[in-house]
Structures are given as C-alpha cells and as structure tokens.
Design a binder for this molecule. Structure first.
Ligand code: FMN
Length: 151
C-alpha cells in the first residue's frame, strides 16, 4: 500500500472546497493501492512526510507568498527529508484573490530543492472556485494518486 499525504492550510470556504475536491479525487475508487492521509500544515511532521510516498500540497496565497503554515511545514521537513524523499511525486493547489505568482515561485523553488517531481503544474484558482476549477482539483488528486497506485 502506498501512502499519499495531503498537507494543506485551509482558512476559508474557497480553499476548503478545493481541498475537498482534491481529497475526493485522491481517494477515487479508480486507483487501487493508495491510502490517503491528510494533515493540516501546522500539524504535519517530518515523520508524516518521510512515511508518505507522494504529496498533495494546498495553500492560500498570503502576502505574495505561500501561507506561513505551509512554509512552516517545509521549514520543518526540509533537512530531515532532503535525502530520503528525492524524486517523490507531488501535486499542488493554490488559491488567491488576484496574483499567485510569488507563491508559485516559492513552491517551485522549495520543491526543486527537495528534488520532488511535479505530476502536473499546480492548480491555481482566483476568486470563488467554479465547477471547472473544482473538477481540475479532483483531477489533480486522482492523477497524483494514480502516479503512486495501480489503475
Ligand atoms: C493576510 C492576507 C494576505 C493575502 N495576500 C494575498 C496575495 O498576496 N495575493 C492574492 O492573490 N491573495 C491574497 N490574499 C487572499 C487570500 O489568498 C484569500 O483570502 C484566500 O485564498 C481565501 O480565499 P477566500 O477569502 O476567497 O475564501 C490574502 C489574504 C490575506 C488574509
């Protein structure tokens, strides 16, 4: 059984809707052999990260960057995971009011440092998530799970 860890900071209904869609996609019956574990970013540990085989990362954009909560997760896990988690797959979803570019840059820089492998570009939503946005979140979850498991 492979483990897919969702690490998210969810402070609002928009991010919650995206998180729920990502989690539903990650848990789809179409993919076998994957256990989904979810942690709030401020509660996730380096052990959680080490014990997972892949990651889904979710955050609002705050002050032109990732949320402090997701940044805190990366601060915690960076050195403990640096050698152990090389090439593990990840997907990400971000929500902002207007401009996610700083958060995207930060995410790319951190995950490049960790040598994680993006399964697809992050899903970025501004404003209230549409049906199509939530479908993209579902797909992100399912595609990341499929990367780990069997279809
Ligand atoms: C302190 C703070 C800083 C924020 N900074 C940004 C920002 O730099 N860029 C942006 O697009 N949205 C920014 N936002 C908006 C949040 O990303 C947005 O509130 C969050 O994704 C939740 O969306 P919602 O309030 O529409 O549910 C900020 C929000 C707060 C509270």
């Amino acid at each position: 059984m492979k483990r897919l860890l969702i690490v998210h900071h969810t402070p609002s209904p928009s991010v919650q809707a995206m998180y729920e869609a990502v989690r539903a996609g990650a848990s789809t019956d179409e993919v076998e052999g994957v256990e989904v574990v979810s942690r709030a970013a401020l509660a996730a540990s380096a052990v959680d990260a080490l014990e997972a085989d892949g990651y889904l990362l979710g955050s609002p954009v705050n002050l032109g960057y990732l949320s402090g909560a997701l940044k805190h997760f990366f601060d915690l896990i960076y050195y403990p995971c640096l050698e152990e988690t090389v090439r593990r797959p990840f997907g990400a979803f971000l929500h902002g009011d207007n401009d996610a570019s700083g958060a995207l840059r930060a995410l790319e820089s951190i995950t490049t440092g960790l040598k994680w492998k993006a399964v697809q570009p992050p899903v970025v939503v501004t404003g209230e998530p549409s049906k199509a946005d939530l479908e993209a979140c579902w797909e992100l979850g399912a595609i990341t799970a499929a990367e780990l498991g069997g279809v």
